[in-house]
Design a protein around this ligand. Structure first.
Ligand code: UDP
Length: 411
């Protein structure tokens, strides 16, 4: 298990960003839970979950909880299997094989053997390390499974394999009540939407001149409108659909540019094929930019892109939550996004942007926003306030502390 330790974040830094009562409630919970040993366990160093833990774990420590963060080391084979599980749990057809089980359990068993003991609460994120609870035994800890994906309609063979493993947990946290798969019995249920950190390099305020400069360094013209989708290269994020919508827009607004920004990760083998496909599309179009960490786009650059774009897109076909939506709204950008998963909880249709279900709808809404900058700005401003109220890190911290307290009280 690889331990990640990030120091220096403090709850006090969030004063002025969220309501003082919320900070007070967090401090009170922290006092009650001072010294409690909590382990957060996930797999993979990129994507939304890692992004959140990077901020959440140091804040848990700041308020008194003895939180650690461990990452499950896996190899390519393992991540291939867990990516299939992830897709199957989100509803893609699949047929679980004996080989899948073997590879999945082997890596989980290795982790279970090396799992440090002495924790009172272990929070396991997503399906990748979910079998650790079964394989490590209870160890006098309270176990929480934190599911970040949309498991409302899971593929049966994968779900029936994982279900008994998850039923051994004391509690399960889902983003939305509708995500609880049918037949799950046992764990106490909590519903907690994720959140973004307004003080991370990804979201902190950045002077617009620096943003424009950064974007310009990747070839985009910051004086021309540009559309942006920030996402892994994953079929559920529908980058090819985004390109089709952009092509429609471009027929009427030839000055528009599109940037698809996505990080490439070793634990996402499927991404490479799609990345290449998307790159081929970009070769024929000088206004279509496909950028990733390979080209040097890091968190600060993502921040700059989100702050400089005209409209943010998140045209997902399935989406656990879609942190990128809150990230863009926080930066005052209207978002055109798929009507799926956790997105409607963030974007109210016509208020903070638009919810769409097809390429045509997407391009129509993009054209509408490009034609009405005032409306776009008003939507972005409302989105910023919505995120402040519901989707900033201190609210997530409060909810997680409540869940920790609840599982400890029940034991
Ligand atoms: N992200 C990033 N660089 C990229 C693509 C994504 O930093 O090139 C970040 C993005 O800003 C967000 C997270 O990765 O914070 C993705 O979370 P989301 O919930 O949108 O999707 P997931 O990848 O978890 O399905």
């Amino acid at each position: 298990m690889l331990q990640v330790l990030r120091r220096g974040k403090q709850l006090a830094d969030y004063r002025g960003l969220v309501r003082e009562e919320l900070l007070e409630e967090i401090r009170a919970l922290g006092r009650e839970l001072t010294g409690v040993r909590v382990l957060e366990l996930n797999a993979g160093l990129r994507g939304g979950v890692a992004e959140m833990l990077l901020s959440l774990v140091p804040l848990l420590r700041d308020v008194g909880v003895q939180a650690d963060w461990g990452v499950l080391p896996g190899d390519e084979e393992f991540f291939q299997v867990t990516k299939s599980f992830h897709n199957a749990l989100q509803g893609r057809e699949y047929s679980l094989t004996a080989r899948d089980r073997r590879i999945y359990l082997q890596t989980n068993r290795r982790l279970a053997k090396r799992l440090p003991s002495g924790y009172e609460v272990v929070i396991v994120h997503d399906p990748q390390p979910a079998a650790v609870r079964h394989l490590a035994g209870p160890r006098r800890a309270r176990w929480i499974w934190r599911c970040h994906i949309d498991t409302s309609r899971p593929e049966p063979s994968v779900w029936e394999f994982l279900r008994p493993l998850i039923e051994e947990y004391d509690a399960a946290i889902f983003t939305l009540p509708s995500y609880v798969p049918s037949g799950l019995a046992g764990p106490a249920l909590f519903f907690i939407p994720p959140a973004i950190d307004p003080l991370s390099a990804k979201n902190r305020p950045l002077p617009s001149e620096i943003c424009r400069q950064l974007v310009g360094e990747f070839g985009l013209d910051p004086d021309r409108p540009f559309l942006l989708q920030v996402s892994r290269f994953d079929p559920w994020k529908d980058p090819l659909g985004v390109i089709r919508a952009y092509r429609q827009v471009k027929k009427q607004r030839p000055e528009v540019q599109l940037a698809l920004v996505g990080s490439m990760a070793y634990d996402d083998p499927e991404a490479w094929g799609l990345y290449q496909e998307v790159r081929r599309e970009a070769e024929r179009d000088p206004d279509l930019y496909v950028l990733s960490n390979l080209e040097g786009v890091g968190t600060l650059e993502v921040n700059a892109f989100q702050r400089t774009c005209t409209v943010a897109i998140q045209k997902s076909l399935r989406e656990g939550f879609g942190l990128t939506v809150s990230e863009a709204l926080w930066k005052g950008k209207p978002v055109v996004a798929g009507r799926t998963g956790g997105i409607p909880a963030q974007v109210e249709d016509g208020v903070h942007g638009f919810l769409v279900e097809s390429v045509e709808e997407c391009s129509t809404r993009l054209l509408e926003l490009l034609a009405s900058p005032d409306e776009a700005a008003a939507m972005g401003a409302r989105g910023h306030e919505r995120v402040r109220e519901h989707f900033l890190l201190p609210r997530l911290l409060r909810d997680e502390l409540r869940a920790i307290k609840a599982v400890l009280t029940e034991s």
